[in-house]
Design a protein around this ligand. Sequence first.
Ligand code: ADP
Length: 541
Amino acid sequence: MQGLMMNLPLTISALIRHAANFHGDTEIVSRRIEGGIHRYTYADAHGRIRQLANALAALGVKPGERVGTLAWNGYRHFEIYYAVSGSAAVCHTINPRLFPEQITYIINHAEDRFVFLDLTFLPLVEKLAPLCPGVSGWVLMTDREHMPASTLPNLLCYEDLIHGHGDEFEWPELDENSASSLCYTSGTTGNPKGVLFSHRSTVLHAFAACLPDALNLSARDVILPVVPMFHVNAWGLPYSCALTGAKLVFPGAAMDGASIHELFETEGVTCSAGVPTVWLGLLQHMERNGLRFSTLRRTVIGGSACPPAMIRSFEQDYGVQVLHAWGMTELSPLGTVNSFKAKHAALDAEQRLALQGKQGRPIHGVEMKIIDDDGKALPHDGQAYGNLMVRGPWICRQYFRGEGGDPLIDGWFPTGDVATIDGDGYMQITDRSKDVIKSGGEWISSIDLENTAVGHPAVAEAAVVGVPHPKWDERPLLLVVRKPGATLEREEMLRYFEGRVAKWWIPDDVVFLDQLPHTATGKLLKTRLREQFRNYGLPTG
Ligand code: ADP
């Protein structure tokens, strides 16, 4: 027997329509690339989104066709998100921090018909454009006044493009399983692979992200996504904010501590989200200048492991709750968020901090298990570690254009992460499977060692890689960036590990560096470090 409820599809256009109708005067504030601050409301945004939808139709963009973006977090990027997906085309966000060859590959692989770009990326696009013959036009996200001279023959101006188009547009009623947006993983090995989200997966993910034990979003919040809109749709925040009617603040290209802190204060930001490296810069700026947060209540930290020292600093020095989260592009991206259960109220500060170092509990919609190399499910005892497998309605089942074959194993997506799950359902990543250090047949968690190292007051950032060892196969080598002005030597650093990790986990040596390499999404670039230190001579004896 069928239920007798309305069968309305879940669509992205419904999100912005809801925000415009019921939170019409709520603001969207952006730091403009051209300089200054832009502010308008959800109602204004919906008007311009529909103008853009009309302009896309006039350009001949068809349902299912891809429209690329090379852009920072800002109001025009927000308009493109909704206009493109809402009118049944696919919004393809491109990470501008990738190598130009990768960007060219991605644009051509996605077969982008048009690409929208911020002023910052014009020099890049002038170089790429001749290698992307399928792109009919490049749209510069600015007004006539700021249009620079350019060698590009098919360069359009965003404001000219939408000018003269009406702000009425009938959003099509789509099949909710139709594609809405496309995001390529950075592809540390091989070519980047495209994850193709649908309207249904995006809306379900947006609902789940708002839950109190997830990001806890509401119409009383002011959200500043530091995580870029080209990094898995800014973790879905442009959708979740429209769904709840939260005020949105976009930081543009200015991701340094001073600019972010200024926006937090002037706009009354209550919640933010980003990768640990961004918060590192912000916390250093705060400390140097003796600053406080007057409205910030919580921040979501994910993308790589959030060191307990960072959680401690946010919570104890600044009174800001940290929501440690884990996910990946293939999961839209949210998989787990770390929030407490009622029974954890009894824990003391140190025990709570230790728990928050874990990546958290699965949000309903994400099923999770760990398996050994033979596919056998492992117990949820917080000790056994294995390959983390997931499934759910916002998890990828195949990559765009069949790239990489069928990734699923018995209907589960293998994350490539190694993890434990405890009896309360808290998952902890011990490593990416390719970063695990195998010493004498046992595994050493590089994340654990890095977290410990950054607990030392003189350490700004740390990475641990396995280097070949004649007896133990591999041993950990610690690479450290000192805080500005701090003094720290090898012996003191190694002594710091004593009593904090198992004795045989203590790194064999320390190398001090001025900086560590990062990927286009802000993670430690371990492949580069492994390559660089492949022949490193560890001290013997
Ligand atoms: P990439 O394109 O770099 O793969 P993703 O954002 O999809 O970008 O990366 C997902 C991976 O990032 C996960 O598989 C995991 O290894 C790592 N990751 C994400 N969040 C965390 C976290 N909180 N702790 C540890 N690792 C994390």
